[in-house]
Design a protein around this ligand. Structure first.
Ligand SMILES: [Fe+2]
Ligand SMILES: [Fe+2]
Length: 323
C-alpha cells in the first residue's frame, strides 16, 4: 500500500493516533525486562553467529594502515558475501552511474567507511538464513533496510554528521524480532495471535507473552555478539527514544524513520504514532533540541519522496536473498 497523493487527505490524520498507543508501553531497558530477555537468549543452545569474516573485515578496517587488497581478498574468500556486496553497491542505495561488476571496483566506489556497514548488513542476513523462521524473513529485511535507508536520508537532510552509522542503526533496530521468530516460535505465534485477535500492540503482546520485548532481546543478542555499545543502545530504545539515558538523537532518528516506514508507507506493524501529529512525537522533541535544520523539514513531502524508494528496497532485498 502506498502513500496517497494529490488532493488526498493529509498523511497525518487524527485517526492514526490510536493505532499504536505506546505511551502505555514498557519502559525500555527496565532491569527486569533485560533479565528476562537474557534468560531467553541464553536458553538457546545454538545462537546464530555473525560470520567470522565480518569481524575480520572490521579488524582490518580498524587498522590505521588498512590495505584495501587485503580486505578484498578476505571478502573474495566468501562467494555469497562477494555477490551480495556487489548487489548492494549497484542498488538504489548507492546509485552508481554505471554498473559495478567487480568487488575491487565496488570497494573503491564505497570507500572504507561504508565497507564495514555493507559487510555487516550481509553478515546479519547470513546469520539468520540457516535457521528456520517458519516465516519469510524477507519482510523483516525489507523493514530493516527500509528503516536504515530512511534514517540515513533523514540524517543527510538534517545535517546529522554520522549518516553511515544511522543507516546501520536502522538496519539493526529490530534484530530482536528476527531472533524471536527464528528461535522462539511458540512465543512468536502467541504474540501474533494476541495482536490479531485482541488488537494488542506488538509490545504489549510481547510483555504479556514473554515478560519482555524484542528491544531487550535485541540488546542481549547484540551484546552477545560484542557489538559496540552505541548499537546496543539504539536497539534497546528504538521504541522509546525519550527514555534513552544518553545519546538520544540517533535513537530518535531511527524511531522517526520507523514511523515513516510503517505508517506513511503502510508497511508492516512495528512502530506507529504515539500522538496525532508527527511534530508531537517524543522523537521529534528530542530532535528539535539539537537539529536546527528540522524547522525546514517537510514530513509530508519527505514521505511522498520515500514512496519512490520502495520498489528499489524490495528489489534489493529480493536480490540479496537470491544469493
Ligand atoms: Fe521494533
Ligand atoms: Fe521497526
Amino acid at each position: 500500500m502506498g502513500l496517497t497523493t494529490g488532493s488526498s487527505p493529509s498523511i497525518f490524520p487524527e485517526v492514526l493516533s490510536t493505532r499504536n498507543d505506546r505511551n502505555r508501553g514498557p519502559v525500555n531497558n527496565d532491569i527486569l525486562l533485560v533479565e528476562k530477555a537474557q534468560r531467553l537468549v541464553r536458553g538457546i543452545a545454538t545462537l546464530p553467529t555473525i560470520p567470522a569474516i565480518c569481524l575480520r573485515v572490521s579488524t582490518l578496517l580498524d587498522s590505521p594502515t588498512v590495505d584495501l587488497q587485503k580486505v578484498a581478498d578476505l571478502i573474495l574468500s566468501d562467494q555469497v558475501l562477494t555477490a551480495r556486496v556487489v548487489k548492494i553497491v549497484n542498488s538504489p542505495l548507492f546509485r552508481p552511474l554505471h554498473e559495478i561488476t567487480s568487488l575491487r571496483h565496488a570497494l573503491v566506489y564505497l570507500g572504507l567507511r561504508r565497507i564495514n556497514e555493507i559487510v555487516l548488513s550481509c553478515s546479519l542476513i547470513q546469520a539468520f538464513e540457516d535457521g528456520d523462521a517458519g516465516f519469510d524473513l524477507r519482510t523483516f529485511w525489507q523493514h530493516s533496510f527500509g528503516v536504515g535507508i530512511i534514517a540515513g536520508k533523514m540524517a543527510q537532510l538534517l545535517a546529522y554528521p554520522e549518516r553511515e552509522k544511522v543507516y546501520v542503526y536502522g538496519l539493526l533496530h529490530n534484530i530482536g524480532k528476527v531472533f524471536l521468530c527464528s528461535y522462539l516460535k511458540p512465543e512468536w505465534a502467541r504474540i501474533i495471535r494476541l495482536v490479531e485477535e485482541k488488537g494488542c500492540t506488538f509490545l504489549d503482546a510481547e510483555i504479556k507473552t514473554m515478560g519482555t520485548t524484542h528491544c531487550e532481546i535485541g540488546l542481549c543478542l547484540a551484546r552477545q555478539w560484542n557489538f559496540p555499545e552505541e548499537y546496543c543502545h539504539v536497539i534497546a530504545y528504538h521504541h522509546a527514544p525519550a527514555n534513552a539515558p544518553r545519546n538520544q538523537l540517533p535513537v530518535a532518528l531511527v524511531n522517526l524513520a520507523d514511523i515513516f516506514y510503517t505508517t506513511c508507507l503502510g508497511m508492516d506493524e512495528d512502530s506507529g504514532w504515539t500522538s496525532s501529529n508527527l511534530t508531537e512525537e517524543p522523537a521529534w522533541f528530542v530532535m528539535r533540541k539539537s537539529l536546527p535544520a528540522l524547522d525546514d523539514f517537510d514530513p509530508e513531502r519527505f514521505a511522498f519522496e520515500l514512496e519512490e524508494e520502495m520498489p528499489g528496497i524490495r528489489k534489493l532485498v529480493n536480490d540479496l536473498f537470491m544469493g
